[in-house]
Design a protein around this ligand. Structure first.
Ligand code: ASP
Length: 471
């Protein structure tokens, strides 16, 4: 027989339930190990699950196995004796009687157990060994859930004619609310790119370009103090549509949210459909917050209470006594306030087309209809006290684009991490991000941020005030 024909195909652990009596080859990690002298039992783990493997007295090497060794096992799938059935394990009616064992790689003792949820392990330690932390079933499940959510979003939007378009990560610093992460340019010394706080401007430019329906699973960067549940980089489902009104964007997003819940987490119950709507004022009066938790029973972990919050004031006072936007400088006012905006009068009364979608007290998304006419966008910056040349310098490209036949358009962005967190029932977004940053914005596993060689700093034409660069 040809040698190639003798090579067995790897079986996924979860599939052994259909292979009673057959010989299988499994590869994975030693998840648990029980040495009974003559018999050694291991729970072998691969991405699909766990299975018990039994090594008899003549199984060479089984005694050497330790936790997290990577092994390949050949053996026969057999039914477990009735009293040894483990109902808690999907493969618990079966085990594999090993005939051959190969140790593909031994492993050092673990810094922490990976066979439990791991909530009580110090987070810095978990993040330092994230590649081990991600081996725990809970996190593996979260990654898979996130994948399914993103895939479903893509399919849903694809069916409705949206194009997924990538936009740059190296872009321009504009005053958009948060602090920018800056990237020094080597070629144009003294100039900086900014990492995008969101693809807001690009997606609007795509509307000017005639894309009509855009979306992106987009990474956003905001250099803010990482308090609570924020991350310096996070992911948005970002979308934008042309020739739409507020209702169109809200309806599409509501349909998508409902479909995601029904198909991906069907055990969860949506409290009210259509999602109730509150004005900003109602939310503040009734709940004292613009992201109200309207759950009738907050103790039910499977209850999802979505609502929309609308009619936000466009502007709020700054500490210095001027005006700034509450959400997004690119938003349009509600049509009945357009005149006031253009004439820059009755500023505190102007309401924006902003709509936020809130779930169980978390803002999971927000968007608006945009100013597709340059004069309206200029007026927004005028209210904020920007001089004409500053507006031109920062946003000239947008004004020019709006003057080139920009269609009416609007969109939304979801905080995808937060949405996945709520679907997974996790307490914070770090549990649903493969490689999150720790509380101070650092990555203890990679050791970033880190000093760089002096030569690299010099090449950028920069000089550090405090020389902590490596010599
Ligand atoms: N770009 C906005 C944000 O990041 C969302 C939007 O209005 O589409 O909050």
């Amino acid at each position: 027989m040809l040698k190639a024909l003798c090579i067995m195909e790897r079986t996924a652990v979860a599939d052994i339930v259909n292979k009673e009596g057959s010989e299988v080859e499994l590869s994975g990690w030693v998840h648990a190990r029980r040495d009974h002298g003559k018999l050694v039992f291991i729970d072998l783990r691969d991405r699909s699950g766990l299975v018990q493997v039994v090594f008899g007295p003549d199984a060479a090497g089984a005694g050497d196995l330790r936790l997290e060794y990577v092994v390949r096992v050949k053996g026969i799938v057999q039914k477990r004796p009735p009293k040894l059935v483990n109902e808690k394990m999907p493969t618990g009616h079966f085990e594999v009687s090993a005939k051959e064992l190969a140790i593909l790689n031994p492993a050092e003792p673990l810094p922490f157990p990976v066979d439990e949820p791991g909530y009580d392990i110090n987070e810095e330690t978990r993040l330092s060994y994230r590649y081990l932390d991600l081996r725990r079933e809970r996190l593996a499940r979260n990654l898979a859930l996130r994948h399914r959510i993103v895939k479903q979003i893509r399919d849903f939007l694809d069916h409705r004619g949206f194009l997924e378009v990538e936009t740059p990560d190296l872009t321009k610093s504009t005053p958009e609310g948060a602090r920018d992460f800056l990237v020094p340019s080597r070629i144009k010394q003294g100039s900086f790119y900014a990492l995008p706080q969101s693809p807001q401007q690009y997606k609007q430019l795509l509307m000017v370009a005639g894309v009509e329906k855009y979306f992106q699973i987009a990474r956003c960067f905001r250099d803010e103090d990482t308090r609570g549940d924020r991350q310096p980089e996070f992911t948005q489902l970002d979308l934008e549509m042309s020739f739409v009104e507020q209702e169109d964007v809200m309806r599409l997003n509501e349909e998508l949210l409902i479909e995601l819940v029904r198909t991906i987490v069907p055990r969860k119950k949506i409290q009210e459909i259509p999602f109730p709507r509150l004005t900003y004022r109602e939310a503040m009066e009734r709940y004292g917050t613009d992201r109200p938790d309207i759950r009738r029973d907050p103790n039910d972990p499977d209850l999802l209470a979505f609502c929309w919050v609308v009619d936000f004031p466009f502007f709020e006072k700054t500490d210095e006594g001027g005006w700034t936007f509450t959400h997004n400088p690119f938003s349009a006012p509600k049509p009945e306030f357009m005149d006031d905006l253009l004439h820059q009068r009755s500023i505190p009364d102007i309401l924006t087309t902003q709509y936020d979608v809130v779930l169980n007290g978390f803002e999971i998304g927000g968007g608006s209809i945009r100013n597709h006419r340059a004069a309206a966008l200029e007026a927004v910056f005028g209210v904020m006290g920007f001089a004409k040349d500053r507006i031109r310098e920062n946003f000239g490209h947008m004004l020019k684009a709006l003057d080139s036949g920009a269609p009416p358009h609007g969109g939304i962005a979801w905080g995808l991490d937060r949405f996945v967190m709520l679907m997974a029932g996790e307490p914070n977004i770090r549990e649903v991000i493969a490689f999150p940053k720790s509380g101070d914005g650092s990555d203890p596993m990679m050791g970033s941020p880190s000093p760089v060689d002096k030569a690299q700093i010099d090449e950028l034409g920069l000089e550090l005030k405090q020389r902590n660069a490596k010599k």
